[in-house]
Design a protein around this ligand. Structure first.
Ligand code: C2E
Ligand code: CA
Ligand code: CA
Ligand code: CA
Length: 280
């Protein structure tokens, strides 16, 4: 085994195949990373497809592990939830994302630019969450309307009787709420009818098929109509091709996120893209 002030890796050891050992090491390292704030954010633009204008950015968490290199949030966020550090991480993300947005508002003169931040269930149902949120917005001097919290259906499974109250007070504060990965869960429709959310993000798994499967295209078309009827903003995510953009514009989609426009990028790269104002 090898020690470098990090978790104990059995790198030259047959037991490296032991998933439990690797997991334990990852937990240790993640705790350390939280203490040292060893994360950074990548920003992916959300674009108006008819003008190419950047409407907002989604802040996406990045962790460069000292030995293992880049680890995707899909791999380490479940671990962070397990060991109870996800709320600390979410709070760090919130401060970092809001600070960055404020810089863009001032330096780039783009005060309508918005930021989307992923919010874990644990953080969302924390009684201190709204106070924290308002404190961050106030200290960055940002209007709450600039911030959109992305939540997933998992939030509704969390044991909190006050979920409707939490959503109501967040929206009362002016902060917007988006339902992420829409369509992948069991009860997407029932949630949008029961809770007052602002935005739904149509999951990539649907977008992937809109050009090849007539039935999926029909479903996405239906979601667009539903959005219009309910006054919801619809964002299509994971859009990778021009053909998908054309189909989406056809059915009235006004906000697109995906590799077709841009992969998530550093704040510095985003600086330049914002200066260009529009994306091809
Ligand atoms: P998500 O919220 O659904 O984020 C979208 C993911 O799709 C991101 O992966 C993004 O890089 C990727 N993506 C965007 N456009 C495309 C595309 O056109 N093609 C493909 N193949 N992928 C695309 P990422 O950054 O690896 O994040 C994975 C998940 O980790 C996120 O899914 C979100 O659930 C979670 N996550 C990321 N950052 C945070 C965070 O700060 N806090 C929390 N609680 N969760 C986070
Ligand atoms: Ca998201
Ligand atoms: Ca998503
Ligand atoms: Ca997702």
């Amino acid at each position: 085994a090898k020690r470098a002030g990090h978790g104990d890796y059995a790198i030259f050891d047959p037991s490296m195949h032991d998933v439990a050992v690797a997991r334990l090491a990852l937990q240790t390292d993640l705790r350390l990373a939280v203490q040292q704030e060893a994360f950074h954010l990548a920003y992916q633009p959300i674009v108006d497809p008819t003008t190419g204008e950047i409407l907002s950015f989604e802040a996406l968490l990045r962790w460069e592990h000292p030995i293992l290199g880049k680890i995707t949030p899909a791999d380490f966020i479940p671990v962070a939830e397990e060991i109870g550090v996800i709320r600390e991480i979410d709070r760090w993300v919130m401060i970092e994302a809001c600070t960055q947005l404020k810089k863009w508002h001032i330096l780039q003169g783009r005060s309508t630019l918005r930021m989307s931040v992923n919010t874990s269930a644990a953080e969302f149902v924390d009684p201190a969450f709204l106070d924290n949120l308002e404190a961050v917005l106030a200290s960055c001097n940002l209007p709450p309307q600039c911030l959109e919290l992305e939540i997933t259906e998992g939030i509704f499974l969390h044991p909190s009787p006050q979920i409707a109250g939490i959503i109501a007070s967040i929206r009362q504060s002016g902060v917007r709420i988006a339902l992420d990965d829409f369509g992948t869960g069991f009860s997407s429709l029932s949630y949008i009818s029961r809770y007052p959310i602002d935005t739904i993000k149509v999951d990539k798994s649907f977008i992937d098929e809109i050009c090849s499967l007539e039935s999926t295209y029909a479903i996405v078309n239906l979601i667009m109509g539903l959005g219009k009827a309910l006054g919801l903003k619809i964002i299509a995510e994971g859009v990778e091709t021009q053909d998908q953009v054309i189909k989406l514009v056809d059915i009235g989609c006004t906000a697109i996120q995906g590799y077709h426009y841009s992969k998530p990028m550093s704040a510095e790269e985003a600086d330049e893209v914002i200066q260009q104002r529009v994306l091809p």
